[in-house]
Write a protein that binds this ligand. Sequence first.
Ligand code: PRP
Length: 184
Amino acid sequence: MLAMSRARLRPLLSAERIAGRVKEIGSNIERDHSGDRPLWLIGALKGAAFFLADLARAVDRDVRIDFIQASSYGSGTESSGNVRIVRDLDHDIAGCDVILVEDIVDSGRTANVLLRLLRERRPASLRLATLLDKPSRRVEPVEIDYRGFEIDNQFVVGYGLDAAERYRNLPGVWTLPETGVGGK
Ligand code: PRP
C-alpha cells in the first residue's frame, strides 16, 4: 500500500545533492559567525527538524539548538494568513547569534512571524536559513540569508516536508505532481 502511494512521487532533489548543499551552508554559517558569542540554531517545527539536524552537524563550531513552532489557522495547503505560536523557545537568546532554520519559505508569513518574535528577544544577530525557497508564492517579502534551493511552485514532500503528515522521513525532496500547484 505504502509502496504504491510512493510510486506517485517524482524525485526533485536527491539526498546526496541536499547533503552537498547543507555542507556549503554550514561553511557559510561558520564564516559568518567567527566570534565568541553563543550561536543558536532555532528549528521551526516540524518540517525543519531534519534540515536542522544535518545543518548543526555541518557547522564546525559549537552550536546550541532550540525549537519553535508556529501554526496556521485553517486547513488545506493554502495558508490562511493567520499564524500563531504553539511552542516557544526553552532558552534565552538575548545577546546571542541566532539563525532561524526553516524547511521552506512559501508565502513568507511564518518566517516573518517567527523572525519578529525572535527579534523581540534581543539577539546580537538574527539570520534566516531555509532549505527551500518558493519565491513565486511570496505574499510578504522575506530576507533569506542562507538558501538551499530555489524551487518552482510544485507540491513538495520529503526531508521533513509532509502531505497530511506523511512522507517527512523520505530521503531527498520529491514532488507530488497530481496534487497540483498551490501547496507546500
Ligand atoms: C510549513 C513550513 C514553514 C511554513 C512556510 O510549515 O515548515 O514553516 O509552512 O509557509 P509560509 O511561508 O506560507 O508561511 P507547516 O505549517 O506546514 O508545518 P510543519 O512544518 O509542521 O509541516
